[in-house]
Design a protein around this ligand. Structure first.
Ligand code: 2HG
Ligand code: ZN
Length: 457
């Protein structure tokens, strides 16, 4: 292909924005976990929607596949060139408009990080409803592509729930732009909903109109420790039903906490170890400490619970670190298989025990780490000690999830990691409809062709 095509791309974005040196492009060809690795002839870095459009026109004409990439924090191999695709880095689309206070919205480029968006919202007296541990690297475009949910979804919903409008480029280079921000707007198909979670397979999102939420002045965090998983999960549901100011309810287990303290050097939060931990955060205009304490008193009537409370920002952050640093701690001991799943509340506790057992019988040398967004039924099952391409554990866990009526992807997307199992959750008719939409919007199949949909048999 390549020289002529790269020359044409360089004319569009400037030679400095077509990266080809092996050691430079290598970082774009491997995912954050290190499990999914490919290669690319070039990383192209457009600086505007018009440049994205021109790049896609060229690639579409030449039938050259592209993989869009934001902060490259994805966990299912959805943003890396698995089969020699050109990488389309959206990092330079980093314009962030002023916050629209009247409408409580903001328009952000795909390359704006979630952390930067949150700072801008906070400075305007508001907040952005999606928050996640990778906030300083994850981008608006990447979180739209995967429909990321994160730590506050129990209160504000996932990324799709924040998305009021998008600007996106179709495979043929045409631009669809609908950024007016009208909340009531029933004028046909809702492209933001379709593109959110489509993992770059239908169009390249270049800008988004996002709703903002109130910023609460008062916050309090409590870490609750239980002697079994069931009561910890039941506590998440119970706190949610009595505490309207609940912002987060996050589960982790003894093994994960022990690993986090070993890797980070943080002191253990309680003198004695416990089986399961629930981190809860409440946020309100008036101090929610008493309301949280009353909710915890109700819990203590039905289960033994140890409690650590933090109200000032530094101590709150210290408690959060036990949960947020799981991902980094697990990666420090090996390349993890990540199974981000959701289950009906009634099956969660049984699933945790069954998942650990199944991994143990299939791969006795492997270790299972389970944590996640308890109130949403979203568990992150991480398994270390497996070869990157050994998918026996993935297979057994995803089948177990489907057996319990769960989702094989709660928030990370399907990517390449789970595309072979999509039919566990989606019927033949649904997958045919997905393929029809893909073929209509991307007839040459140039947009992220190796993710989400199962490989054609
Ligand atoms: C989180 O909730 C992220 O921290 C990452 O979704 C989960 O590392 C994981 O498996
Ligand atoms: Zn998560």
């Amino acid at each position: 292909m390549v020289d002529g095509l790269l020359g044409d791309l360089a004319e569009v974005v400037g030679p400095a924005n077509v990266l080809t040196e092996a050691d430079v492009v290598a970082g774009y060809a491997v995912d954050w976990t290190g499990r999914f690795r490919g290669s690319t002839p070039a990383v192209v870095r457009p600086g505007s929607t018009e440049e994205v459009a021109a790049v896609l026109r060229i690639c579409n004409r030449a039938e050259v596949a592209v993989v869009p990439q934001g902060g490259n924090t994805g966990l299912v191999g959805g943003g890396v060139p698995l089969a020699g695709e050109v990488v389309l880095s959206l990092a330079r689309l980093a314009d962030l408009d002023d916050v629209d206070l009247a409408d409580r919205q903001v328009t952000a480029g795909a390359g704006v990080s979630i952390g930067r968006l949150q700072v801008a919202a906070t400075e305007a007296g508001l907040a952005y409803g999606v928050d996640l541990a990778s906030r300083d690297t994850a981008t608006v475009g990447g979180t739209i592509a995967t429909n990321a949910a994160g730590l506050r979804a129990l209160r504000y919903g996932d990324t799709r729930a924040q998305l009021v409008g998008v600007e996106a480029v179709l495979a043929d280079g045409s631009v669809v732009s609908h950024l007016g921000g009208l909340v009531r707007d029933n004028t046909g198909y809702h492209l933001p909903s379709l593109l959110c979670g489509s993992e770059g397979t239908l169009a390249i999102v270049t800008r988004a109109r996002l709703r903002l939420v109130p910023a609460f002045a008062e916050r309090v965090v409590a870490l609750l420790a239980f002697d079994a998983v069931g009561p910890a999960l039941a506590a998440a549901a119970a706190v949610r039903s009595v505490l309207p100011s609940l912002d987060a309810a996050e589960l982790f287990l003894h093994s994960g906490l022990e690993l986090v303290t070993e890797v980070t050097g943080l002191p253990a939060p309680f003198p004695e170890p416990h089986v399961a931990y629930l981190l809860v955060e409440a946020a309100d205009q008036l101090d929610p400490t008493d309301a949280l304490a009353s909710a915890i008193e109700l819990l203590a009537e039905v289960a033994d619970v140890a409690v650590a409370v933090a109200a000032d920002p530094a101590r709150r952050q210290r408690l959060w670190a036990y949960r947020e640093r799981h991902t980094e701690a697990i990666s420090s001991i090996g390349t993890p298989h990540k199974l981000d799943v959701a289950l009906p509340a009634s099956t969660l506790a049984a699933f945790v025990a069954e998942a650990v057992d199944r991994v143990h019988s299939l791969a006795p040398g492997a270790r299972t780490w389970i944590f996640g967004h308890a109130a949403d039924g979203n568990l992150h099952v991480n398994v270390t000690g497996l070869a990157p391409d050994d998918d026996r554990v993935d297979d057994t866990i995803l089948r177990l999830v489907a057996f319990h009526g769960g989702s094989i992807s709660a928030e990370h997307g399907i990517g390449t990691a789970k595309r072979s199992w999509l039919s566990l959750n989606r019927s033949d008719a649904e997958i045919r409809a997905f393929r029809a939409i893909k073929a209509a919007l991307d007839p040459h199949g140039i947009l992220n062709p190796n993710v989400l949909l199962p490989a054609a048999s």
